[in-house]
Structure formats: C-alpha cells, structure tokens
Design a protein around this ligand. Structure first.
Ligand code: C2E
Ligand code: CA
Ligand code: CA
Ligand code: CA
Length: 279
C-alpha cells in the first residue's frame, strides 16, 4: 500500500471531488424534482403483534430520477441535511402525509397513525411548530393522527433545543418515536428527560435475532425496559414469521417489516387496504 500512496491520494482526492460535485448537483435538483413531481411517498404498515390489527403506517420518501432511476433516501437525505432544501422537501413530505391522513379518515380509518420521519435539519427549523399547527387547522386533523420519528443523533445534537422543540410539538398533541433505537451514541438518560412515547428497535437487531444470542438478548431486554418505562415498542425489519412469533412472545407491541408488507406507494394505499386489511 506504501508504494502507491500517491495514487491513493489521487483516488481519495477524486472521490472527494465527486462527492462534493454530487452533493451540489443533488441539492440543485431537489427544487426541480419537487416541481416535476419526481418525489412520492410510500407507506409501510405497522401492526399490533398480538391481534395483527393495523396500528399505522410509516411514511417513506421515494425519488424517481429521470436519468438515475430510483435514488434511495439513504443516498439523498444525508446530502440535503443542513440545507434549506431539506426543510422545503420536509414541508412537502409533511403535507403529503396530512393528505393521506385525511384520505384514511374519510375511508373510516380514523385512529390510524402516520409516522413521519424528521431529520436533524428539519428539527432545527424554528418554523416547524407553526407549520404543523397551520396544517392541522387546514386539514381539520388531530395531532394524534401522527407520530414524529426522530433518531438518537437528532436528539443529542443540541439537547436544549431538542427539549424545547419537542415540548412545543407535544403541546400541539404530537407524539414522538425514537427511530433506530440502539444504534446511536447517546445514553439512556434522554429517555427520562425527553417526552418520548414510542421506541423503534432498529432492524439490524431484528435481522439476526434468532441466530445471534446478543441480538436476541438486546431485543428482549429493550422490550422489557421500554415497557417498564410505560412506553410503546415497535420492532422494524421483521422479515419472517419466526421473528414475528419471537417478538410477540417477548411482548413487543407493534411490528413493521417485509414479512407483512413492503412500503406501499401512497397512490396504491386503498387498493392495498381493501385487499389486506380488515379491522
Ligand atoms: P428508517 O426511518 O429506519 O426506515 C426504515 C427503512 O427500512 C426503510 O428504508 C424501509 O423500507 C426499510 N424496511 C422496512 N422493513 C424492512 C424489512 O423487513 N427488511 C428490510 N431489509 N428493510 C426494511 P427506506 O425507505 O429505504 O428509507 C431509508 C431511510 O431513509 C429511513 O430509514 C430514513 O432514515 C430515511 N427516510 C426515508 N423517508 C424519509 C422521509 O420522508 N424523511 C426523512 N427525513 N427521512 C426519510
Ligand atoms: Ca423511521
Ligand atoms: Ca428505523
Ligand atoms: Ca435507519
């Protein structure tokens, strides 16, 4: 590796250049993509582990780029993070989720919740409470129809701001889920300090839970702890019936994953509900 230190540097440099170029390109494309309706939302059902009744849907964004095809949110959300584009895209996402919530309500599914992912960049936006409040009025919806998903990274970024923002949104009636639980760097202390309602066990623990002893123990004790704290627990990434059974035995409240359903494009939502959901 020593001999080609020079070319390694070159490769590194080039990669960095490409990353920066990619970033600028994507950022510039977001506004255009919004105008051209290249974004869409998909909804993945969350079910009660025991009764299999529908609890809600997590809203997940999709970007169909005309040349590059489907771009994963894992590739563009981090790039947009900390830019005004993320805030604008976030507003679009939230509005779209409100439209879906109204449609669900009109359909008779009043208590079904939509979980909306909020990135760190969206959570520092001081206008967020006002934006959400005006949408509640515009759509005549109750904040109880929504759950806001935050990652541990977002929570610990600026703890004082996080507490203030969560409290402002809590006053409006929104509930909070901690996403990807167990993968962040933060301590458990925030569970006590923050107004959290739901914990989502990260799919990386679920994938191996029946083969890997420590993943299983982590899941088992997380469920027990979360429930002892009086909070609700959701497991994501449930792909097999065996995982579902084991999670149910361990008293997990809700499950989400390919075993039951992949995310469903919002335009197909009611066809899906007609076919698969009898509440
Ligand atoms: P996330 O919030 O942890 O979302 C769960 C991801 O796991 C989704 O990937 C979902 O499609 C996938 N998933 C669900 N069940 C299974 C399963 O059984 N097996 C496997 N292998 N995967 C499963 P997706 O849709 O690609 O989203 C990736 C990430 O992008 C999300 O992770 C979230 O961090 C971010 N993201 C997606 N949509 C939004 C959004 O509207 N706003 C924000 N801020 N971030 C979003
Ligand atoms: Ca999520
Ligand atoms: Ca997650
Ligand atoms: Ca994730």
């Amino acid at each position: 590796a020593k001999e080609n230190g020079g070319s390694q540097y070159h490769v590194y440099h080039q990669e960095m250049f490409q990353r920066v170029a990619h970033r600028v390109l994507l950022e510039g494309e977001v506004r255009q993509a919004l105008a051209r309706e290249q974004f869409s939302m998909s909804l993945q059902p969350q079910l009660c582990a025991k009764s299999k009744k529908l609890y809600g849907f997590e809203a997940l964004i999709r970007w169909k780029h005309p040349e590059r095809g489907m771009i994963s949110p894992e590739d563009f959300i981090p790039i947009l993070e900390n830019s005004q584009h993320m805030i604008e895209l976030g507003y679009w996402i939230i509005r779209r989720c409100f439209e879906t919530a109204v449609a669900l309500k009109d359909y008779g599914l009043e208590d079904v919740r939509i979980a909306i992912n909020l990135s760190a960049g969206q959570f520092v936006d001081a206008n967020l409470p006002h934006f959400l409040q005006s949408l509640l009025a515009e759509f005549s919806l109750d904040a109880q129809n929504f759950e806001l998903e935050l990652t541990e990274q977002t929570l610990v970024k600026d703890i004082d701001h996080t507490i203030a923002m969560m409290e402002a949104l809590k006053v409006l009636g929104f509930s909070f889920a901690i996403d990807d639980f167990g993968t962040g760097y933060s301590s458990l202390a925030y569970l006590k300090r923050l107004p959290v309602d739901v914990i989502k066990i990260d799919k990386s623990f679920v994938f191996g839970m029946l083969e890997n002893h420590s993943d299983y123990q982590i899941i088992k004790s997380t469920i027990a702890m979360v429930k002892n704290l009086g909070l609700t627990v959701v497991a994501e990434g449930v792909e097999t019936q065996a995982q579902l059974l084991s999670l149910t035995e361990n008293d997990c409240d809700y499950i989400q994953g390919y075993y039951y359903s992949k995310p469903v494009p919002d335009v197909d939502l009611f066809t899906f509900i007609d076919k698969h959901i009898s509440n």
